[in-house]
Write a protein that binds this ligand. Structure first.
Ligand code: ZN
Length: 448
């Protein structure tokens, strides 16, 4: 990458400026319905695309699920109805910041020493900006594409997508119709490989309810505080780790990331894996998470008044499942973890979603692999994400959806994880350039 290309034609100059504008709007989504106000970033994108819209090359729709919670759908029509309709799925919202933890203004969009700073720079405004730039290039090209290219610039990803993708596919299925899609969570380096998300874990939250015998706290004899029962349950949850369940994506991860063949062999063995985890350094948490169902107690409740022994208590569990895990299996796993305590615990199901995955033998995934080989001279490794993204909403409809991005060498998976939602979030211009180059290649192969 030369300096000239960074600001020159064919580079990423427009994407960089657009990214800075999107950051400055600060569409912070704190989970409350009136936060986010993504309409402001919709306006930024409308201005950016205005020339192509005026020429009739892009059809746009602004779809608002609640006041200010707007998403923009921008479609370049293809000439061949049988060609793929490629979706570029980027969210417009960002998570809140802790301003004390930042050394720069998190909403300044400053460009310092070759990096754009600000909340959302990595997650995922740099991609949303790159998607919009490539859409505009395709729209203004002398010849229209074969297939549709569709920018889905959406609200509310960071708070579960009820006011974004879930609402859009339910209320406006024709507007958001695509046959395949790229979204976030890709481009991190794993060894010499570039990681691309093809699957995401599911969520199967549970509330455990335990009961005791209430009484006045001044006369505890004869009463049984539910808080004691809760403590026993928590101790079991901490002591018992669900066993590893290894699949194809696990083996691909080990092959890509672990050079030491002896360590790799232990990691492929579900019995010896756990003892090997501490040797993995910064990637151990990811390896632990994607090799099993995880259970994390998050909210514990017992008692309402200082002088009353609580008769019941509850523990909410954040449980992340693997592809194919059923609700019954989750309940059985909890019972197994609780062991002798299981009979005393009521298990209630909280809202969740199934793990999703797209196959890695589709034409779109082949195009991603070719583009990464061409632009970064690196092989691609398909990975499972521990968390969730909007890609799953499309996968649930049977539409292949992959993470995208092509970050510069040095962007390990752990650096990416720390950058996302962390302090001093920022992205280098080389990563934006690489991502743009790979995206152009994919778009031209699939619909050009
Ligand atoms: Zn994101």
């Amino acid at each position: 990458m030369t300096e000239e290309r960074i600001d020159g034609s064919g580079g990423a100059g427009e994407a960089i400026e657009l990214l800075r504008e999107l950051i400055r709007e600060g569409c912070v989504n704190d989970g409350t319905p009136s936060s986010g106000q993504e309409i402001r970033n919709v306006r930024v994108l409308q201005r950016f695309l205005a020339d192509a819209i005026a020429l009739g090359r892009i059809e746009t729709q602004v779809l608002e699920s609640a006041p200010g919670r707007a998403s923009l759908v921008a479609r370049v029509r293809g000439t061949d109805p049988d060609a793929p309709a490629l979706g570029l799925l980027g969210h417009l919202d960002v998570v809140p910041v802790d301003p004390d933890g930042w050394t720069r203004n998190p909403f300044g969009g400053e460009l310092i020493d070759g990096e754009v700073w600000g909340r959302g720079a990595v997650d995922m405004l740099y991609l949303t900006a790159a998607f919009a730039c490539v859409l505009r290039e395709v729209a203004l090209a002398p010849r229209p594409p074969r297939g549709d290219l569709v920018l889905l610039a959406v609200a509310d990803e960071e708070a579960g997508s009820d006011l974004g993708m879930h609402w859009l596919v339910r209320e406006h299925p024709e507007a958001v119709r695509v046959t395949e899609a790229l979204s976030e969570s890709g481009g991190m380096r794993m060894g010499r490989h570039v990681a691309i998300e093809v699957a995401e874990k599911g969520s199967a939250g549970r509330r455990l309810v335990v009961r005791g015998k209430p009484g006045h706290a001044s006369i505890p004899f004869g009463a049984t505080s539910a808080a004691y029962r809760m403590g026993e349950v928590l101790q079991r949850l901490e002591a018992v780790m669900p066993a590893a369940q290894l699949g194809e994506l696990w083996n691909a991860f080990v092959d890509a990331r672990i050079d030491d063949s002896e360590l790799a062999e232990r990691l492929r063995d579900p019995v010896r894996l756990d003892a090997a985890l501490p040797q993995l350094g910064g990637i151990a948490g990811y390896a632990h998470a994607v090799s099993r169902i995880t259970i994390s107690p998050t909210v514990v409740r017992a008692g309402a008044a200082h002088n009353v022994i609580p008769g019941s208590a509850s523990i909410d569990l954040d449980i992340r499942t693997l592809p194919g895990t059923s609700d019954e299996e989750v309940d059985e796993l909890i019972a197994a973890v609780l062991g002798p305590l299981a009979d005393e615990v009521e298990i209630r199901r909280l809202r969740g979603w199934a793990a999703t995955g797209s196959r890695s033998d589709t034409p779109l995934f082949a195009a991603i692999k070719r583009a990464i080989a061409e632009v970064a001279d690196a092989p691609t490794v398909p990975i499972m994400a521990a968390g969730g993204s909007d890609a799953r909403v499309l996968r649930e409809l049977g539409i292949p959806a992959y993470g995208f991005g092509l970050l510069a060498p040095g962007w390990s998976y752990e650096r990416y994880r720390e950058g996302v939602h962390g302090n001093d979030e920022r992205i280098d211009l080389t990563s934006i350039e690489l991502s743009m180059a790979a995206l152009r290649s994919i778009v031209s192969e699939r619909i050009g």
